[in-house]
Design a protein around this ligand. Structure first.
Ligand code: PEP
Length: 250
């Protein structure tokens, strides 16, 4: 059965000076924990944080991977490189990468396949824009992204992140989160079978904070969160992890 996951996405934030935040998390959540805890720092910090997190409850992830294993791609990073640096996960298809780098569903799918090939667990991100939500198309958009971004097999995580909720302080109504997560579970069941669908952790992402985490985690098909801003400080990320650990089924 799937485990719950609290994943922090540091985005383009973090210097060696921020290592104390990781140390605080390690101290607050000694292994073993009832939920999985993940930090996805910038690639420059992977080695340092991997050394700190060895034998701890904190796992590490990258924020992107190229589809190739190696080659002439200046500035890029491959899935085997992330694995080599100590990562077990990688975020693919984050809306900021889709927007900033024009990543398509087909590329996101290829990245997820490259991650699986390297022994990484891809966290595949999707979600509607504000205009798509207003037009009543959120569910259709997410289902189309699911169909086109997911690999045909392998163990992966999905993060539903409405673009308009990321970094804005805005969060969908709980019923709207539940509707999308229930639809995602049904979509997975239709494609992979009911048992396989049950094994996929479905994260919500978009302005998750200590103050709203518990009510989001209480939703049946929400198995955790992908957290941006509130993952940078242990004093914010810690209560979110605690809320997940206290949620039903953790
Ligand atoms: C994210 O970066 O995936 C995210 C959800 O950011 P925030 O929590 O800051 O909205």
């Amino acid at each position: 059965m799937r485990r719950k996951l609290a994943a922090g996405n540091w985005k383009m934030n973090g210097l060696l000076a921020n290592m104390a935040e990781v140390q605080s998390l390690i101290a607050a959540f000694p292994a073993p924990q009832p939920v999985d805890i993940l930090i996805c720092p910038p690639a420059t910090l992977l080695g340092a944080i991997a050394a700190q997190c060895r034998d701890s409850a904190i796992a590490l992830g990258g924020q992107y991977c190229h589809t190739a294993t190696a080659g002439a791609h200046t500035g890029d990073i491959s899935a085997p490189m992330l694995k080599d640096a100590g990562a077990d996960y990688v975020i693919v298809g984050h809306s900021e990468r889709r927007a900033d780098h024009g990543e398509t569903n087909a590329q996101v799918r290829a990245q997820a396949e490259a991650a699986l090939e390297a022994g990484l667990n891809p966290i595949i991100c999707l979600g509607e824009s504000e205009a798509e939500r207003r037009a009543g198309h959120a569910r259709a958009v997410v289902e189309a992204q699911l169909d086109a971004s997911l690999p045909d097999q392998g163990a992966f995580v999905i993060a539903y992140e409405p673009i308009w909720a990321i970094g804005t302080g805005l969060v969908p109504e709980l019923g709207d989160i539940a509707e999308i997560h229930d639809a995602m579970r049904a979509n997975l069941a239709a494609r992979y079978g009911a048992d396989a669908a049950k094994s996929v952790p479905l994260l919500y992402g978009g302005s998750v904070k200590p103050t709203n985490a518990a009510e989001i985690f209480a939703l049946e098909n929400v198995d955790g969160a992908l957290v941006g801003g509130a993952s940078l400080k242990a004093q914010d990320f810690g209560p979110i992890i605690t809320a997940l650990a206290a949620s039903d089924g953790a």
